[in-house]
Design a binder for this molecule. Structure first.
Ligand SMILES: Cc1ncc(COP(=O)(O)O)c(C=O)c1O
Length: 427
């Protein structure tokens, strides 16, 4: 009999798995389930990318650990106007099978504990735990201006952690953010950068939703702290290519030993991202008009869907700032706390369970994103519609308005009504 490592065994994805199983079960009984639980962009693969992949099918060689040279160079050119020459020249690109592995490799390579703003994406904390590192939570505030981390709070938490014998050494910042759909305002980045510099905290900037930014602005902390920031990104979100498993990283040359450490991790684990995929992905970074238009059109539709959700939820009295990017909302049911408690609903998990069992609405509980048990938040994703049909209509000249959602995403509207029914019970 084998014994599973205790740390690994303690990492469970119960809310996601439980929701997934129940959704399948209900759908197999032909019940209508509103699916706001899983965040996968619904748009199709652009024709150019399909063709590029077909043309690259013959590529079968192992590639260099850092990635295919032409892809690496094309990516640098693509990001040069975004980050500026200095950051590009002071970093190297790393290609991986998904940015998740870049995040994991960075956490592995940099000794010490993780500062994690809350709420944050579900995988940062388990990754740190797998590496036997502590997770030090950093509070945030969420409002119509964005996702805010108070720099002085951050400094205090770093000092306190050190007094407790911990070793805070890195922070993961993610904007636009999963789960909130909010972004860190550009004018708040310099103070955060300064604290990280002063306190010797390495920044991992998760920019996987960087191009799904509803005002078209790409914000990054990387150029502010070029030697102490690594970026992770990829094509999973703005090109809806999650299953292609392609991630990109910018790794600063000025962080002593980091490049070498990552090269060792890559060569002893995944070796390289698949050759045909790397070859095909060059096309994603050549600024072809059709690809750029596709990204913009998908982002416009995400904005319509998810901002309509924010507005609809607010209309029901739920706290829901207008989202700024990605494809999520992170509603807070605190105004209904007493009435929900009277119905036995006291945690985010209770809300998730009630909505799925009694209202056929799948969501994820705030707890999965690091929130305390009794914080009454959910992550909901506005992606439950036929992306191919919606995109074709928009590209064919349809206007992005209420009737667009009625026609192409009726389940998104229905889900907003269901939230109304859920909280309306309390009135
Ligand atoms: C915030 C965030 N970061 C990173 C990832 C990982 O993306 P991938 O591994 O597909 O590049 C995801 C995927 O859902 C995400 O939401």
């Amino acid at each position: 009999m084998i014994k599973i490592d205790k740390t690994i065994a303690s990492i469970v994805h119960s809310p996601t798995l439980w929701a997934n199983d129940l959704v399948h079960e209900k759908r197999s009984r032909h019940e209508t389930v509103y699916h706001m639980g899983f965040g996968e962009s619904p748009f199709p693969v652009p024709e150019r990318m399909k063709k590029a992949l077909a043309d690259a099918a013959h590529r079968k060689e192992y590639l260099k650990a850092e990635g295919l040279h032409e892809l690496v160079e094309t990516i640098k050119d693509y990001y040069r106007p975004i980050y500026g020459d200095e950051y590009i020249n002071r970093s190297d690109v790393l290609i991986a099978p998904g940015s998740k592995l870049i995040l994991y490799a960075l956490q592995m390579a940099i000794e010490g504990d993780l500062l994690m703003p809350v709420p944050s994406w579900v995988s940062y904390e388990p990754q740190a735990k797998m590496l036997r590192q502590n997770v030090i939570k950093v509070p945030t505030t969420l409002d119509d201006d964005g996702y805010h981390i108070d720099p002085e709070d951050l400094r205090r938490i770093i000092h306190q952690a050190r007094q407790e014998g911990k070793n805070p050494s890195k922070i993961i910042l993610n904007a636009p953010n999963n789960p909130t759909g909010l972004t860190i305002p550009a004018d708040e980045l310099p103070d955060l950068a300064e604290i990280c510099k002063q306190e010797n905290i390495f920044i991992i900037s998760d920019e996987i939703y960087g191009f799904v930014s509803f005002d078209g602005q790409y914000r990054s902390i990387a150029p502010l702290v070029p030697d102490m920031t690594a970026v992770s990104s990829g094509l999973s979100k703005h090109l809806s290519l999650g299953g292609w498993r392609i991630g990109i990283g910018f790794i600063p040359k000025g962080a002593p030993g980091l490049q070498g450490a990552l090269r060792s991790i890559v060569s002893e684990t995944w070796s390289c991202a698949p050759s045909p995929i790397q070859q095909a992905c060059i096309e994603a970074y050549k600024r072809h008009k059709d690809i750029e238009d596709h990204i913009q059109a998908c982002t416009d539709i995400h904005a319509l869907m998810n901002q309509t959700v924010s507005e609809g939820l607010r209309g029901h009295g739920i706290i829901a700032p207008t989202v700024q990017g990605a494809f999520y909302n992170y509603p807070d049911f605190d105004p209904f706390r007493a009435a929900l408690a009277a119905r036995g609903i006291k945690t985010s998990h209770d809300i998730q369970e009630t909505l799925l069992k009694d209202y056929n609405l799948a969501t994820l509980p705030g707890k999965a994103f690091g929130a305390a048990e009794d914080v009454l938040t959910l992550r909901i994703s506005g992606c439950d519609y036929d992306g191919a049909a919606a995109l074709a209509a928009y590209q064919g000249g349809a206007k992005l308005d209420r009737s667009f959602i009625e026609t192409y995403a009726p389940r998104v509207l229905k889900a907003i009504d269901v939230f109304g029914e859920f909280v309306g019970k309390n009135k």
